[in-house]
Design a protein around this ligand. Structure first.
Ligand code: NAD
Length: 355
């Protein structure tokens, strides 16, 4: 008998990818008879608001500019009220994962369709996962209503992305690819997407970081799309769970946290998943024993801060997150014991090559 056996649900959704694809937004909306758009674009991104408005034209009913990382619940509630009051029939989110995250929360609570135009490599636009934060607790949930109906990928919008965001955001995409490969319910189709994404990041992330080259930034955008599909299909594991604890408990910046923590998680998991490590190492063109070092070097070469201490996390917070991780019994291919997980996080705090 064949050893291949798996179950997989392919997520729905339409993708429009290409240089200048933002111009397709209006015909896409018209095709779905969508006429009253709520445009969500961060006040920090006036350069995205201008093309967003002009792409929507008379279809824009409301513009919402308040966007915060990790989507505070009260912000999502206010945006939902605004969407209903303005009688909108579609939510358009143009921006990074925080903007798309707010769009998802509004789409879930209103039932309106979401169209995402991502401008970072977060990959959230490809997943039905959304998060809301109350106080210091970030809760994530899956809901088909959170999955965008249409995603417009326009690499040109990413040529304005500062290198300091490109690097960690690209590493965030690599974390999605890696995690999808060791998630409990991974399958061969998802594996293929995740491995292709990881290979593209190895090949193009440095160039996308050091230059504004449209082709390189487009390759990384495609990798982020693949990473998002992979992660959205199979769900998360220990790496994301740890990073979410930092997000909720320490208000840590999302992409930087992922970029810093990933090599240490790889080192921690190595003994438990040697075959997976070997597959990732192959596409990243390194020896399996050096994968963690290679990922650490890639992260450093694209501007990832040196350790969690460099993004404002304290030693006490490290220990608190380690305890929370063990108490919450996070899903992990290698069981989480307090001592090794604390030592992993302390190494990530220092930022030296993973031990
Ligand atoms: P972000 O959206 O906060 O953006 C990072 C920074 O980039 C911000 O300062 C933003 O203003 C800036 N920026 C965005 N686009 C820009 C552009 N074109 N030019 C210049 N600056 C630009 O961060 P992110 O890393 O994209 O997303 C992080 C958030 O997304 C977190 O809340 C995370 O939980 C969520 N996320 C969710 C999923 C999911 O599947 N649900 C996946 C990944 C990330």
């Amino acid at each position: 008998p064949s050893p291949i056996a798996f179950t997989r649900t392919t997520l729905p959704g339409r993708i429009v990818f290409g240089d200048g694809a933002l111009a397709q937004l209006a015909p896409e909306l018209d095709g779905g008879s969508l006429r009253r758009a709520m445009l969500i674009v961060s006040a920090r991104q006036p350069k995205l608001a201008v093309p967003g408005r002009s792409a929507l034209g008379h279809r824009m009913a409301l513009e919402w500019n308040e966007v915060r990382q990790h989507v505070p619940r009260d912000l999502a509630e206010r945006a939902t009220v605004a969407a209903s009051t303005a009688d909108t029939d579609v939510i358009i989110a143009i921006g990074g994962g925080s903007t798309v995250g707010l769009g998802k929360a509004v789409a879930v609570s209103t039932g309106l369709p979401l169209v995402a135009v991502p401008t970072t490599y977060a990959g959230s636009e490809m997943t039905p996962i959304y998060g809301l934060t109350s106080g210091t607790v970030k809760k994530t949930a899956r809901d088909p209503a959170a999955l965008p109906k249409i995603v417009v990928y326009d690499p040109r919008l990413l040529t304005a992305l500062p290198a300091s965001i490109v690097g960690p955001s690209g590493m965030n995409a690599l974390a999605h690819c890696a995690e999808a490969l060791w998630a409990t319910n991974h399958d061969p189709i998802t594996d293929a997407l995740a491995l292709d994404g990881a290979g593209r990041l190895q090949s193009f992330l440095r160039r996308a970081y050091t230059t504004t080259d449209l082709a390189a930034r487009g390759e990384v955008l495609l990798a982020a799309c693949l990473a998002g599909i992979a992660l959205g299909t199979v769900g998360t594991s220990v790496h994301h769970a740890l990073c979410h604890l930092f997000g909720g408990m320490c208000d840590a910046p999302h992409a930087e946290t992922h970029a810093i923590v990933l090599p240490y998680v790889i080192r921690y998991l190595e003994p438990a998943i040697p075959d997976t490590i070997a597959r990732v190492a192959e596409v990243m063109k390194c020896d399996p024993t050096t994968l963690a070092d290679n990922v650490w070097s890639l992260a450093r070469s694209v501007g990832t801060p040196t350790g969690l201490r460099a993004i404002g996390i304290t030693r006490d917070q490290i220990d608190a997150v380690a305890e929370a991780a063990v108490a919450e019994n996070l899903v992990s291919p290698r069981p989480l014991d307090l001592r090794p997980i604390r030592s992993l996080l302390r190494d990530a705090w220092n930022g030296e090559l993973p031990q």
